[in-house]
Ligand binder design. Sequence first.
Ligand SMILES: Cc1cc2nc3c(=O)[nH]c(=O)nc-3n(C[C@H](O)[C@H](O)[C@H](O)COP(=O)(O)OP(=O)(O)OC[C@H]3O[C@@H](n4cnc5c(N)ncnc54)[C@H](O)[C@@H]3O)c2cc1C
Ligand code: SF4
Length: 482
Amino acid sequence: MQRSASSSRKVGIYSVGIGLVWAGLRSFGEEAVIRMGARATVRELSPEVRKGGFEEVQGGLAIHEALAEASRCLFCHDAPCVAGCPAGVDVPGFIRRLKTKNFIGAARLIREANVFAGICARVCPAEELCEKRCSSTNLSEPIAIAALQRFVADEEMKRGIRLPSPGAPTGKRVAVIGSGPAGLACAHELARRGHAVTIYESAQKPGGLLVRGIPRYRLPLAVAEAEIAAVLTSPAIEVRPGACVGRDVSIDDIRKSCHAVFLAPGLGYQSLLGIPGEDLVGVLPAGEFLQMTATGDRPRLSGKVAVIGGGNVAMDAACSALRCGAAEVVVLYRRSRDEMPAWKREYEFALAEGVRFEFLTTPVRFVGRDGRLAGIECVRTRLGEPDSSGRKRPEMIPGTGHMIEVHTAIVAAGQAPWPGIAGLFAGLALDGAGAIVVGNETRMTSVEGVFAGGDAVNGGATVVEAVAEGKRAAEAIDGYLR
Ligand SMILES: Cc1cc2nc3c(=O)[nH]c(=O)nc-3n(C[C@H](O)[C@H](O)[C@H](O)COP(=O)(O)OP(=O)(O)OC[C@H]3O[C@@H](n4cnc5c(N)ncnc54)[C@H](O)[C@@H]3O)c2cc1C
Ligand code: SF4
């Protein structure tokens, strides 16, 4: 999709006198000229083309588009976009550098706050974070912050990412358990502060869901690997892949060799609905399916596929099923569209690719033929009183049983903390949902010297929140060790 010829044209130029307040805007400081124009359009593969494979759907901006978009920024003082970014990226600062064609300087400024600049530019729900708070919205449309971040991060990646060298050694060593974005961001920040870090990772490759969860059509493996490798080139960071703490490595050994621990094991998937027939061939847990598609070991699907669930993982499973050859994909969700936890953009993305939705429908039994899935017996639901999650409870409507013939079912029943987490440390406090409890300021768990962050603490959020929690924990650990 090309930007229209008029899109980068200035629509109006307004002189603003000192002290004049534009409704809803923050102070502009020295930027006394506001340029209004249409927001840069990010190129996207059409639904027909993109669902044929795992190629990245969104494209990057060309240099002239990035410069035109940067010139729309108001460079607000006390910029609200910065407060909207969990990692606290200096958005006006990097856009100013971009505007003067200092692309590498812009990327380095972003990486000061978020080492995964290129990854987050692709996967952040920016429309709900920095861009939602952008002052420019009051004049025309928010600045395309994520697209600008992607532009400079990609420019830097072409030349090779260079991160700051480790700080002067403190003689302290920290164990990081889990190498997802929370663990890696924490390790990076600790190394910058002079601490030696050992990362224990149960999988054979570091990266957590960056390499084993998020679909490749949103985050190409090369981008994830380049930014992960940049963190791991630090001489202060050692990684032990294939080392599952609690199974291959004992927590006692770790505590003897390290002065503090950061726990970032993420979440596991809930694979069971607890209904008959879940063991049939053709019933797949979404976690396993998405891990296979993300790592390139893609199953060949055919015929009709049902995805059960209404979260982002269900949307990713549905769109990935299409890319694996499914002729038709239907999402079965037991509540209505309004209660669906999936982000609006993920739902619309799936809808555009032809995924069908059957709301207020719940499966009660998987039905097999010769040991293989042949269909799902479903029942219609209606919404009753709110449950403990605050959402209306689905109630089955008697006499509405019906059969849906499918070749494959993918169960996306949500994510849950690893059941073994409580056994890792005696006295580790968990909340009612099994998430690790940490002090708001201290980021320490109930166990002295053991800190935690990421999905295992927040119950499952975003990459940028995991990064922010990893950084905050590193600051807290640094304070604890000094
Ligand atoms: C399918 C899917 C799509 C997503 N898409 C997006 C998106 O588009 N945008 C977005 O912002 N977020 C997305 N998310 C959420 C995002 O990926 C997570 O919030 C983020 O990865 C959490 O980071 P983390 O470091 O806490 O955990 P993880 O990334 O899960 O990493 C935890 C790591 O710890 C390791 N580990 C666990 N137990 C042990 C142990 N005992 N010993 C050693 N290692 C251990 C695991 O193997 C894993 O590598 C998505 C999530 C999923 C599941
Ligand atoms: S991106 Fe938006 S909020 Fe941030 S400095 Fe520019 S105009 Fe202001």
